[in-house]
Design a protein around this ligand. Sequence first.
Ligand SMILES: *[C@@H]1O[C@H](CO)[C@@H](O)[C@H](O)[C@H]1NC(C)=O
Ligand SMILES: *[C@@H]1O[C@H](CO)[C@@H](O)[C@H](O)[C@H]1NC(C)=O
Ligand SMILES: *[C@@H]1O[C@H](CO)[C@@H](O)[C@H](O)[C@H]1NC(C)=O
Length: 280
Amino acid sequence: MAFSSFSYYNTLWILISKLKMALFLCSFLFLLVSSATACYRCVHQTKAAYFSKAPALSSGACGYGSLALGLSGGHLAAAVPSIYKDGAGCGSCFQIRCKNATLCTKQGTKVITSDLNHNNQTDFVLSSRAFMAMAQKGLGQDILKHGIVDVEYKRVPCEYKNQNLALRVEESSQKPHYLAVKVLYQGGQTEIVAIDVAQVGSSNWSFLTRNYGAVWDTSRVPAGALQFRFVVTGGFDGKMVWAKNVLPADWKPGMVYDTKVQISDIAQEGCSPCDDGIWK
Ligand SMILES: *[C@@H]1O[C@H](CO)[C@@H](O)[C@H](O)[C@H]1NC(C)=O
Ligand SMILES: *[C@@H]1O[C@H](CO)[C@@H](O)[C@H](O)[C@H]1NC(C)=O
Ligand SMILES: *[C@@H]1O[C@H](CO)[C@@H](O)[C@H](O)[C@H]1NC(C)=O
């Protein structure tokens, strides 16, 4: 009897700890959700300025370096902290148009977040190429003269034609103790919230942590060829994306490796009313 009541309480205790765990997970997910419900896919009004110095954005906080110029046709943006999100917003894409109809086109242009904007007067500071791309044909120099313009923007999926999600092994990596990778060409409209790594064929996963911007690292580096799994989130769901064979056993700093997968999910956000129609 004593034994069975012990096991009864034991079971109860396990149930309670499971419940606590579930509650913890719920509040964790709630945090993820609430941090993602800023409704970026809805139209926002702000001003945008531009960087007069071309290299400014390629040394941006996301760490893309010179690779940034190959992203979104060099249409780069430094975004305010609420969009940059400590680096989780790196690589997110926005459609942005200026509101002066004489000066600018209705569809505006698409930009990718590559830097953090500390200027509190504008949500975005654009590369001059992106800034000029908002203008009507022949008015590129005119828009530069304005310097700062009223704009509206909304988040849009990033589209990479024939380009998978890729990982660049950073120069700071040191076999066999330290691995730092930069996430490149992330499609869709979600954020990566976790990355794990394991040897190909093993289920002994180690997690990476976001070092800064789009760079994640770990000092628990499995040997051999490496697989990765990415947890992406946006809106209400999290999703695991599994890249089964990414780094070869002889991975080298400075190299970019194709993950052979791409993320195309569009986050569903609970925001209404929301003008998320297509700008043409
Ligand atoms: C719109 O742009 C044109 C051309 O640069 C300029 O002449 C006009 O003053 C601008 N309008 C406003 C409201 O800024
Ligand atoms: C914006 O930044 C300037 C200079 O850094 C500061 O003086 C000002 O108070 C800030 N304004 C707001 C609304 O935060
Ligand atoms: C799991 O992987 C980590 C990091 O590579 C390693 O330190 C650890 O010994 C591994 N554990 C097992 C049981 O293989």
